[in-house]
Every structure is written in structure tokens, then in C-alpha cells.
Design a protein around this ligand. Structure first.
Ligand SMILES: [Zn+2]
Length: 420
């Protein structure tokens, strides 16, 4: 079990006196109070890096905090530990004979799951376990009519990458509020391919990580495919067999791992009826790796396609199907491309790793993973300007919460107006 300190809860008799110490004397910042009516408690949170102190004030004489204060006086009330899998944590404690207050996890604030461990098991301290809310609700596939075609936002689950690498030269002090890292410094990311459903057929842009990753890598990348692309396609009445064309933005595993699958021990195309349309120079780079990009290009993701004879190559930027155009950006990889879906005067843009999450809409927030960051920066500066002026609907492939939205600017500040 991996656990990190979420917060320390301190029961206070007199809030003003407590604030005189924690806020005024120590100089800590206090957030607006959160009231939990059912528990008869008001919590004043003082954030401290990735954890916090909570000053707990009773709002009712019969509340658990009031009873604690009457019995023990002011002082340490509980510590809360954040765990990834609360059911497994409770099971492990039960197996060790630890006395639990809650046999099962129950819903806590903000969509989290919580459970209390009895103080007798923890040497006199009440311990709360907390599994933070997963943005599972944000992974619901959605269909959107876009002129002559339909756009279907799907997903292949969640994963995590090092926060520092995701934000390049931006210091953690700036990015951690946008993307809180876990105890291994990973930030939560989604994989969101996009299906273009049109009269000429169905095209999928990128296809997630797929199911071939070995356990060690699954652990490193916190790969969570409990709900994955097959589920997402089924939710919108589709299946892998319904896809005619697979169009990768580049061949990294988190974008193209889902292109192949293992059946009876052999690697085969995942989309059995589909052709795979790949930029020739990207294929060349993926098959001629160097020390900097070798971990991202996994031969099992693309070589079996060539053996099956299902790959079509192209050289230049072009319209690949009516309303669907690819544009090379370079930057992330030498041949990384974005996909524009243009219909009836409107443009939707699948920007892949040019702007992986909504946090990356700032020009200089460029990934450390990028092979040519200055190329990313130059393309991004030009493109975002164009996207704001042209009201492009942007699909954020890796954002855990927002599938698509409009980039807008007000008083010199950029923000995303989320649509999906
Ligand atoms: Zn990526």
C-alpha cells in the first residue's frame, strides 16, 4: 500500500484563538471554510504543499467534534492518508487484524471515498483513509454534430506521467495547482481518441495505449484501463470492427499502442476492417529510434500492421478524407501532426501533444518530452492565435477532465471554455 499524508485534522475550541496562532503567528494561509452539515463540522483548511492542516470547529453540540472536545479538549483529532485503492487498503488492514470503524469505504467530500480506522489500531490516533475522486465521469464518451460529420469523443482510460516532464521548464510551484501530482510525482492524464463518423465511413484519430503493456510499465505509468476504448466505443453504439481508418498523430505508445492486440499469442491489427494511414517520415522515425525516443516507440504497436499489409503511407500535409486535414507541427516528434475537421465554415482541431491538456494553453508550457521544444513553441504561438480568432473547437487528448473546449482570452489571460 502506498499512502501519503493528505491532511492533519485539529479540533479547536475557539477558532479565533486557533487562527491567532496558525494564521497570524505562523503566517499560514487559510482557505474559505468548508461546512459538512451532516457531521456538524466546519473545516478551515491551511494548505501546506501537497498536504494541509484542517482546523475543525463544531457547529452543533451533538456533533462528533463537539463530543471529542468535551471528552478530550482541543488537539489532534485525526490524520488522513491518501491511498490509490481504498478497498485494497482496508483489506490489507483487516488481514492484519487492525480494528476498523468503517468496514467498507463510504462517500466523502468532493466525490472521494473515505473510511476510518479505530485509534486503538493506530496507537491512539484516529486515522482516515481517503481515495480521491477519479474523474471517471469526465471519461463518458460524447457525440457532437459538426456540420457534415459527427465527432465522437471516446477514451482509452487514464494514466500518469511525471509532472515535471509534462511541463518542461515550468517550475512545479506553478504547475502543481493545475495538475496535482501523486506521491510518485505523476499527474493524472487521459487518453482520448476521436472518432469522425461520416457518410464516407468512420475514422479514428489515435487509439490509446491498448492492452499489451507489461505489468512493470503499467505500474510506472499508472495505467488505468478498467474502462477502456472497447467500453467507450460500445457506449456510443460502435465497436473496433466499425472503424474503417486509423489515423495516428504520431506513433508513441500512449497514442498508437491500441493499434495492435495479441490474439492467441500473435500480434494483429486491433481494428480488423481498417486501413492505417501513417505519415511516412513518422514511420521512419519510429523504426529508427535513438536513446532519447526509444521508450516511446514500441515496435509491437506498429510492425505487426506492416506485416499484415494494412498500412498506407503519405508524405505531405493533405486532406485525408472529406472535411479531414492533417497538418505537421513537428516539435513533440519530428513529424507530429494535428488533425483539423473543417465543415460548414467551422473548424475542430485534434491537437494531440501540441496542447496535451488545458493547462498547456500558455505558450511556454511545453513538455520536456518534446524533441524540438522551440518548434512546438513557434507552432503553438501561431496556432493558438488562429484558434482564438477562428473559434476552433479544440480536443485535448490528455486532459483528465476536459475533452474539448474553446480557447478564449480576456484581459490578456487565456482560459478554456469547456464544451465536452
Ligand atoms: Zn501523448
Amino acid at each position: 500500500m502506498k499512502a501519503v499524508l493528505d491532511h492533519v485534522g485539529i479540533a479547536v475550541q475557539d477558532l479565533d484563538e486557533a487562527l491567532a496562532f496558525y494564521r497570524d503567528a505562523l503566517g499560514l494561509e487559510v482557505e474559505a471554510p468548508e461546512e459538512v452539515a451532516t457531521e456538524g463540522v466546519r473545516a478551515h483548511v491551511l494548505p501546506m504543499g501537497s498536504s494541509a492542516i484542517e482546523l475543525l470547529e463544531a457547529t452543533r453540540p451533538d456533533s462528533p467534534i463537539a463530543r471529542f472536545l468535551a471528552r478530550r479538549g482541543a488537539g489532534l483529532h485525526h490524520i488522513t492518508l491518501r491511498v490509490d485503492d481504498i478497498a485494497a487498503a482496508l483489506e490489507q488492514l483487516r488481514a492484519r487484524g487492525a480494528r476498523l470503524i468503517d468496514a467498507e469505504a463510504r462517500p466523502g467530500a468532493g466525490g472521494a471515498l473515505v473510511a476510518f480506522v479505530h485509534p486503538s489500531a493506530a496507537h491512539g490516533v484516529l486515522v482516515e483513509l481517503k481515495q480521491p475522486a477519479r474523474p471517471a465521469s469526465a471519461l463518458v464518451p460524447k457525440r457532437l454534430s459538426w456540420g457534415d460529420v459527427e465527432l465522437v469523443s471516446v477514451h482509452d482510460g487514464l494514466f500518469g506521467l511525471d509532472g515535471g516532464a509534462m511541463f518542461g521548464v515550468v517550475p512545479r510551484a506553478l504547475w502543481e495547482a493545475q495538475a496535482p501530482p501523486d506521491e510518485r510525482n505523476r499527474i493524472l492524464l487521459a487518453m482520448r481518441p476521436l472518432v469522425v463518423d461520416a457518410s464516407w465511413g468512420r475514422l479514428i484519430i489515435d487509439c490509446g495505449a491498448g492492452d499489451k503493456m507489461p505489468a512493470r510499465q503499467r505500474d510506472i505509468y499508472a495505467l488505468d484501463r478498467r474502462r477502456h476504448l472497447d467500453h467507450a466505443l460500445a457506449d456510443v453504439g460502435l465497436a473496433a470492427e466499425a472503424i474503417d481508418l486509423v489515423l495516428p498523430t504520431h506513433l508513441h505508445w500512449d497514442h498508437f499502442g491500441g493499434a495492435t492486440t495479441r490474439r492467441d499469442g500473435a500480434l494483429e491489427p486491433r481494428f480488423r476492417r481498417a486501413r492505417y494511414l501513417v505519415r511516412a517520415a513518422e514511420w521512419h522515425d519510429a523504426t529508427h529510434t535513438h536513446d532519447r525516443n526509444r521508450a516511446s516507440y514500441l515496435p509491437d504497436d506498429f510492425l505487426p500492421l506492416q506485416e499484415a499489409g494494412v498500412v498506407d503511407y503519405f508524405e505531405e500535409d493533405r486532406v485525408v478524407r472529406p472535411n479531414v486535414r492533417v497538418v505537421r507541427t513537428g516539435g513533440h516528434t519530428g513529424q507530429h501532426q494535428i488533425v483539423l475537421i473543417e465543415s460548414k465554415g467551422r473548424t475542430a482541431a485534434f491537437v494531440a501533444d501540441l496542447i496535451p491538456t488545458t493547462a498547456h494553453i500558455r505558450d511556454a508550457w511545453v513538455m520536456g518530452y518534446d524533441l524540438f521544444p522551440m518548434e512546438t513553441l513557434a507552432f503553438k504561438q501561431r496556432f493558438i492565435r488562429e484558434a482564438i480568432e477562428g473559434e476552433y473547437l479544440i480536443f485535448f487528448e490528455h486532459d483528465p477532465l476536459v475533452a474539448a473546449g474553446y480557447i478564449r482570452e480576456r484581459d490578456g489571460r487565456r482560459y478554456v471554455d469547456a464544451v465536452l
